[in-house]
Write a protein that binds this ligand. Sequence first.
Ligand code: G3H
Ligand code: 13P
Ligand code: ZN
Length: 309
Amino acid sequence: MPLVTSKEMFKRAYEEGYAIGAFNVNNMEIIQGIVEAAKEERAPLILQVSAGARKYAKPVYLKKLVEAAAEDSGLPIVLHLDHGEDFEICKACIDDGFTSVMIDGSRLPFEENVALTRKVVEYAHERGVVVEGELGKIAGVEDNVKVSERDAIFTDPDQAVEFVERTGVDSLAIAIGTSHGAYKFKGEPYLDFERLQKIMEKLPGFPLVLHGASSVPQEYVDMCNKYGGDIPGAQGVPEEMLRKAASMGICKINIDTDLRLAVTAALRRYLAENPAVFDPRKYLGEARDAVKKVVQHKIRNVLGCGGKA
Ligand code: G3H
Ligand code: 13P
Ligand code: ZN
């Protein structure tokens, strides 16, 4: 099956109250693990590539691997640029055959974010590519958002409406309390569901995106720690919060950290338990199986998109 855009995927996800998993990919084993899980679960899929991943693997490799995954699995797969920071990288990915790009102008003042996003939308739409924008700041744990700061950092519902109308974006990443990486909350996990509800009411039927949505399973943190290294105090978004967000109207849930933890845990364990093995297929195969297990769990217990492909 050729690569698809997320248009139809999001429409159905919104109507039926589930979310599509958007998983970050860096190499063949990660792609294969994700796709094997999605195939068994018959789940639609977004595979996303960051600027860092593009640089690591070289653009052509990841694109060809994702195309191979779509051909081999027969699944509807979106090839998406994650956190494109300027027009040039979005243009390069569109020209390369990506079916979706994110332009992340969230660091910019509102008017500049609108102008940059609008420019990418014009270029993308003329070529049949869809665009995700971002409004609000997806903060890190070092600046854990205080109640008094929420209005300044989280997505403002009225601004979200204006942003969507003026840019023509196809989906919008919003800030309601999640953050990237393995350290998401200093204290109790908190997502601003009231704000999500308001944004949804003002933008009925419009697909919203949740970044920083790894749940950081303790099982993988413990395994990483047991077999070397130390990942202290890691904390993710509780799965019930993600399920609630998906049922409310979040159509795309971004997951990278959980895959990184699963790969690292599997490699550390395998190499510790099999010190004489030096065939990369053995330990990279373990990592691939670990990715598959995580994605299968997400599809069944968090996203609810199984059987929707
Ligand atoms: O949101 C960022 C993703 O986790 C990708 O991370 O830029 O290190 O590839 P990266
Ligand atoms: P996590 O770090 O929570 O996996 O978030 C990934 C993400 O948002 C990629 O854009
Ligand atoms: Zn992100």
